[in-house]
Design a protein around this ligand. Structure first.
Ligand code: NAP
Length: 292
């Protein structure tokens, strides 16, 4: 069994991005600029945004954080998005989700200029990805592809089972793994909460991606020997062993499943760090006008 070290790969990719940025600056171009909008003070969102800003510094990007209180109106948020869309000094920006209930998230996502949509959530980017046109790839699926690539894991003709069909993980990943490219050319099965044969599907899978948010869902008797298991799940489970009082727990029963696998990602330290790195890659592409 080989552990897929997402943390180490993420560090390596950030160094590669920093080297690209240094070359851009040496050519007289400015460094890419990522802006982030953060609404409210949710602990998880604060941490995610702080990590994104930290990653920008490592990559040599300029970053700005625009904060709003929980009480911000949808109109005020749309105005801020409009300003960022028109600001030529900003290459890409994100609006950290989730947003307070009185704000229509889909409306916010669609208000972002798709040419600056480095999260890859705008329908134009989703659609372009789907038909194989240049686009900003959704961060978590792009991070998973990068891990498969760096560990030279074969996907062509392999059976990939994805558990979960969300718009940010399962659906875009299924699309990317069935495209005519590497990683891709896989036979992809997507299962969800209405599927009645999850165990049978998993047992025939060469690669299983768990993205359902149910701690330790994937058991050893659902995995065939030599399979690759990618664990996207990150559920905060109460724990007395940590200072924060919780422990990030994946969707895989890691201790039991790992010995059966050829490759497996840990939680934390697997897919998570790669998600931020994909955002950095999209920002580099936005800064160098490589997609649009
Ligand atoms: P989501 O929007 O809640 O979607 C969960 C999906 O799993 C749905 O399609 C749901 O089916 C399916 N599902 C739920 N329970 C199931 C069950 N018992 N059996 C089979 N399918 C089941 O979740 P998400 O946003 O994709 O996130 C999934 C997990 O990944 C979460 O733990 C999240 O925190 C984590 N995540 C991590 C990263 C990272 O960077 N590491 C990034 C994104 C998400 P239905 O469609 O039928 O409801």
């Amino acid at each position: 069994m080989q552990l897929i070290d997402g943390k180490a790969v993420a560090e390596q990719v950030k160094q590669e991005i920093a080297a690209e940025v240094a070359k851009m600056v040496a050519r007289g171009q400015r460094a890419p600029h990522l802006a982030a909008i953060l609404v409210g003070h949710d602990g998880g969102s604060e941490t995610y945004v702080a990590n994104k800003i930290k990653a920008c510094a490592v990559c040599g990007f300029k970053s700005s954080l625009i904060r709003f209180e929980e009480t911000v109106t949808e109109a005020e948020l749309l105005e801020a998005i409009d300003r960022l869309n028109r600001d030529e000094g900003v290459d890409g920006f994100i609006v950290q989700l989730p947003l307070p209930k009185h704000i229509d998230e889909q409306k916010i996502v669609e208000a972002i200029d798709y040419r600056k949509d480095v999260d890859g959530f705008h329908p134009v980017n989703v659609g372009r990805t789907c038909i194989g046109l240049p686009s900003f790839l959704s961060a978590t699926p792009a991070g998973i592809l990068e891990l498969l690539r760096r560990y030279h894991i074969e996907t062509a003709g392999r059976h990939v089972v994805i558990i979960g069909r969300s718009n940010i993980v399962g659906k875009p990943l299924a699309n990317l793994l069935m495209r005519k490219d590497y990683p891709g050319n896989a036979t992809v099965t997507v299962v969800h909460s209405y599927s009645s044969d999850i165990k049978e599907q998993c047992l025939s899978a060469d690669i299983i991606v768990c993205a359902l948010g149910r701690p330790r869902f994937l058991k050893a008797d659902m995995v065939k020997p030599g399979a690759t298991v990618i664990d996207v799940g990150t559920t905060r489970v109460p724990s007395e062993q940590t200072k924060s009082g919780f422990k990030l727990t994946g969707d895989v029963d890691f201790e039991a499943v790992a010995p059966k696998c050829a490759y497996i990602t840990p939680v934390p330290g697997g897919v998570g760090p790669m998600t931020i790195v994909s955002l950095m890659k999209n920002t580099l592409l936005a800064g160098s006008k490589a997609v649009f």
